[in-house]
Design a binder for this molecule. Structure first.
Ligand SMILES: NC(=O)c1ccc[n+]([C@@H]2O[C@H](COP(=O)([O-])OP(=O)(O)OC[C@H]3O[C@@H](n4cnc5c(N)ncnc54)[C@H](OP(=O)(O)O)[C@@H]3O)[C@@H](O)[C@H]2O)c1
Length: 345
């Protein structure tokens, strides 16, 4: 492992071939197999990153199952976020140079020794953060920032309910909401996970297996409800989320783990003047993601650099253990993020 996290030297020669993890056919974790692939070469506006670590996210599981195909033009290799060193560039040299250490949001291709990224979707590794932690930042911080604060408009002093508080998304959302001085409610599926949510800044943590989150929110807010709900479940949570919102509340839908169909009494939306919104990150254009990157650099990077917020690392696996990493994420035993690392020793 001695050489695992070493940055390449200035005269690093990019090889022709690399190891990447391929989805051989839709299915369980074992369809993830290490293969040799040609190292991709940057087109205009892109950089090539020598990957040292890559984050694993629930959307990767959906892609592996054949339910979340990569958008047109994106790599078929899974992986939505990486961290490492820029070793080739076809982008404006005023921002990135060879040897720069970055993390990047990508639309695919992260589970590999080398990965292309649009230059505008790269950000410097914050402060003294390790490259492994940096690889766990882009997907959840981009998603949470744009949805909780930009779409949901969460303000200091407001109340927010975050479902799946121990997930990669949830651990990020709790910390950012807490840092913004919101009052944080979070749901999770066990008491230890609820404890983890509290340690990250949740004011009220609700074990959704033993408590009704609507009852708890109503009780804890003297019947008023919360201002914003960030939901990854959907399905029958939709109506219950509406029940949690106070006048002018906002529901932000970013996942559909419980199903994408819901029934709702629209009268409740009208009477309480609610806003229902949501978004997915991966299909946005490079320009939109670039704007978002600048927004994060200005507003979130200082929090990451100071250590006030940061990714919660559950476990790391070597790249060729991607199937094991998926099994762990699928088990939902994790708290926070799972990261693949590259052993070049
Ligand atoms: N819209 C976007 O752009 C975007 C981007 C990234 C991710 N996402 C979505 O965000 C979600 C989380 O992604 P991730 O990578 O953070 O995944 P993850 O770490 O695997 O988290 C999934 C979590 O869901 C929780 N969960 C399951 N059923 C629940 C329920 N009924 N109530 C509350 N929590 C429940 C599980 O916790 P328990 O063990 O406590 O049940 C688990 O922690 C996924 O649905 C993903 O597709 C959306």
């Amino acid at each position: 492992m001695t050489n695992t996290m070493s940055a390449p030297s200035a005269n690093h020669v990019v090889p022709e071939q690399m190891i990447a993890i391929e989805i051989t056919s839709p299915g369980g974790p074992d369809v993830l197999r290490p293969v040799h692939r040609a190292v991709p070469r940057p087109a205009a506006g892109e950089v090539l990153i020598r990957v040292e670590a890559a984050g694993v996210n629930r959307p990767d599981l959906l892609q592996r199952l054949g339910k979340y195909p990569p958008p047109p033009g994106a790599s078929d290799i899974p992986g939505l976020e990486v961290a490492g060193t820029i070793v080739e560039t076809a982008a404006d040299p005023s921002r990135w140079r060879l040897g720069d250490r970055v993390c990047a949001l990508v639309a695919g291709g992260g589970y590999a020794e080398y990965c292309l990224a649009p230059a505008v979707q790269c950000l410097p590794i914050p402060g003294g953060m390790s490259v492994i932690s940096a690889a766990a930042v882009p997907e959840t911080f981009f998603t949470v920032w744009t949805n909780l604060f930009r779409r949901g408009g969460l303000q200091p002093g407001e109340r927010v309910l975050i479902h799946g508080g121990s997930s990669g998304i949830g651990t990020t959302a709790i910390q950012l909401a807490h840092a913004s001085e919101a009052i944080v409610f979070a749901t999770a599926g066990s008491d230890p996970k609820c404890d983890a949510c509290r340690r990250l800044g949740a004011d009220v943590a609700i074990n959704y297996r033993t408590q009704d989150f609507v009852d708890v929110v109503r009780r804890e807010t003297s019947g008023q409800g919360v201002d914003v709900v960030l939901d990854i479940i959907g399905g029958d949570y939709f109506s219950r989320n509406i029940d949690c919102l106070q006048v002018s509340g906002r529901l932000v839908q970013i996942g559909l783990q419980g199903g994408n169909l819901a029934q709702i009494d629209l009268g409740r939306v009208m009477r309480r003047r609610l806003t229902v919104t949501g978004s997915t990150l991966r299909i946005r254009t490079v320009e939109e993601k670039g704007e978002l990157a600048r927004d994060l650099e200005a507003n979130v990077w200082p929090l990451l650099a100071s250590g006030r917020v940061g990714p919660v690392l559950d476990r790391t696996f070597l790249l060729n253990q991607a199937a094991e990493a998926h099994r762990r994420l699928e088990s939902s035993e994790h708290v926070g993020k799972i990261v693949l690392t590259i052993d070049r020793a």
